[in-house]
Design a binder for this molecule. Structure first.
Ligand SMILES: [Zn+2]
Ligand SMILES: [Zn+2]
Length: 205
């Protein structure tokens, strides 16, 4: 697996810089965005520094010895997905003029200044449906699809944003194992991974 492919599983959250690159712990190299964790056996050729500030990844549920049933990912029909709520399915949004697309504005008092979320766009940097000349909607990667749409995979609910990421992994197999509120495990050619559970609050389907 190419490093660039592997690091697609890293976080893009600027506030968590230690997760924006892959890292080594023990015998493995890890990448995570906090929703999905994947790991591959580390090779000498791609040694990188250990990151001691991160939680102990090896303590997560990697023991697959009890799992007997693995399934490939089927029934993912993207025509079932509704439209992205941010761009209303257009894939385009207008840049927020208040913050110039940063999502943050500088707030000043007499004594100090600090960054805070832009109130006009709720920190998203974009606002409303755009036209052809406006920006790509980041929330749906300009696809116009609702990335928060939940698919049922075995007995779990998994959002499309996460499924889309793992669907590209070679020879992907999902464990048919465990309770709906537990971590979902998967393996692929060369590595394995975990998806954190989605909690559905009462009142929703
Ligand atoms: Zn969108
Ligand atoms: Zn804004």
């Amino acid at each position: 697996m190419k490093l660039s492919e592997f690091e697609k599983f890293c976080s893009v959250d600027k506030e968590k810089p230690m997760l924006t690159k892959s890292f080594n712990q023990g015998d493995y190299r890890y990448a995570t965005d906090e929703y999905i964790v994947i790991r591959i056996l580390n090779t000498e050729a791609c040694k990188i520094l250990e990151n001691e500030k991160l939680p102990n990844m090896d303590a997560l549920k990697w023991d697959h010895s009890e799992i007997t049933k693995w399934q490939s990912l089927t029934n993912i029909d993207s025509s079932m997905i509704d439209k992205c709520v941010f761009c209303k399915g257009t894939g385009r949004v207008n840049v927020c003029h208040e913050c110039d697309g940063d999502g943050e504005v500088n707030a000043e008092t007499e004594y100090s200044s600090y960054l805070c979320d832009c109130a006009t766009c709720n920190g998203k940097g974009s606002i409303g449906i755009g036209d052809e000349d406006s920006n790509e909607c980041e929330d749906c990667e300009a696809s116009g699809l609702n990335y928060s749409y939940r698919f049922k995979v075995n007995n779990r609910l998994v959002v499309y944003r996460q499924l889309k990421k793992i669907m590209t992994l070679p020879k992907l197999q999902i464990a048919d194992y465990g309770e709906p509120n537990e971590i979902m495990r998967f393996k692929f050619d060369g590595g394995e991974g975990l998806i954190m559970p989605v909690y559905v609050s009462k009142g929703q389907d």
